[in-house]
Design a binder for this molecule. Structure first.
Ligand code: FEO
Length: 394
């Protein structure tokens, strides 16, 4: 058995998580260019020991080996489940089987999920509510209900004496690089990408959670993915902006083209926006990374969607992007749709049907026959200027 790296992140608080360097997809949806981590933590009090969250399936032995380097897994008294998603909770049956006396600590909703997903017997579960505490002997765990970050049962755990917050998914990043925030050069881009993918649909709940922890003294934020924030101010400030839906004078342009006509329309639009001093993030949907798009949706004020008409509707890649925008609920205020058709339109109608229920104000939409003519390009410049004016208004 190798000697594992089990860093102490605070007095008697140990990282016992794992790095999954090679994972490349999450939830069959989110690309992971740098892998990810499943962070779990062991808190050793004078009388009791608590394990905070577990790891993804397949890493149970590594978790056990790491815990055993500090204290016997058999003797863990509490297993805190901040979140029931399997990347953190699937090793619960393994741990409870080894630690025969351990109680699973979770919210009321978490208790139901633990029974349904992991077959945890009711008598092994201790339900906690907002503000409840558990004394480990000189170390107090305080529980903070924080629903929908990222499922309805989620909570944070706060280690009172050490001022360490364990928020599970919240404040996380999908990267296996580095250990502390200051060791990861691209921390904010990775955190933002993760925020766009996972937290953005729950902006309001995120803001509520931030308000709730506002009065807490926090020296370390120890999330369940990515680097540990030993300088928490930076990520707290970023989350303040993202949960508030603060946008920039920025447009995300997402398009797909078959014979370059839609691309020509997009180019005219991009040149106009850049000329108006508007920041542009451009993605060809054929080879774009979903995580990059999610990152730029976090603070873009407008979207331009470009699609050819294919068999009476949008190109399937554009349909996917439009549905993604609808599902992720970014703080976009304005939208423009540009489309080219060969013999009959239909893409604009479908884009309207998908984006209609969102809060995006469609500033204009243009459908042209074949490549854009000089008149069409003039019209696109007009639309671009109109969009830029709206963006500058806020
Ligand atoms: Fe990292 Fe929602 O699980």
């Amino acid at each position: 058995m190798p000697e594992y790296n089990v860093p102490q992140i605070s007095q008697d608080v140990y990282w016992v998580g794992v790095k999954d360097w090679n994972r490349r997809m999450f939830d069959a949806l989110i690309p992971l260019p740098q892998g990810t981590t499943y962070n779990a933590y062991l808190v050793v009090g004078k009388e009791k020991t608590a394990l905070i969250d577990t790891v993804n399936p397949g890493f149970e032995q590594e978790l056990a080996g790491k815990v055993d380097q500090v204290a016997n897994l058999d003797d863990v008294d509490y297993l805190v489940m901040n979140h029931a998603e399997p990347d953190h909770a699937s090793a619960i049956p393994y741990v409870l089987n080894v630690s025969k006396g351990a109680a699973l600590v979770t919210t009321e909703k978490g208790a139901k999920m633990a029974q349904v997903y992991f077959g945890v017997p009711e008598e092994r579960i201790r339900i906690v509510a907002d503000g409840d505490t558990i004394d480990l002997g000189g170390k107090t765990l305080k529980f903070i209900e924080a629903p929908w970050l990222h499922w309805p049962e989620t909570m944070f755990t706060y280690l009172v004496e050490s001022k360490v917050l364990f928020p599970c998914d919240f404040f996380g990043s999908h990267t296996a690089a580095g250990f502390y925030d200051d060791e990861v050069e691209e921390l904010i881009p990775f955190a933002k990408r993760y925020y766009g993918e996972i937290m953005m649909p729950f902006n309001k709940m995120g803001k509520k959670a931030l308000d709730k922890i506002d009065g807490l003294e926090i020296e370390i934020i120890a999330p369940s993915h990515g680097p540990i924030h030993r300088n928490p101010a930076r990520i707290l400030e970023a989350y303040g902006k993202w949960t508030a839906g603060e946008t920039r004078e920025k447009v995300i342009v997402a398009y797909v083209t078959m014979w370059n006509s839609t691309e020509a329309m997009i180019k005219a639009m991009v040149e106009t926006l850049l000329g108006e001093g508007i920041e542009v993030a451009l993605y060809n949907l054929v080879n774009a990374d979903l995580g990059d798009i999610a990152k730029d949706l976090v603070d873009s004020r407008a979207i331009v969607l470009g699609t050819p008409t294919v068999l009476g509707g949008m190109h399937p890649q554009a349909i996917y992007a439009a549905h993604l925008v609808k599902a992720l609920r970014p703080p976009l205020k304005y939208g423009v749709v540009l489309s080219s058709y060969g013999w009959g339109g239909g893409a604009l109608k479908q884009a309207g049907e998908i984006l209609g229920p969102t809060k995006i104000e469609v500033v204009d939409a243009l459908e042209v026959h074949g490549p854009p003519s000089a008149d069409d390009e003039e019209r696109i410049v007009e639309i671009g200027k109109q969009l830029a004016s709206k963006i500058r208004q806020g």
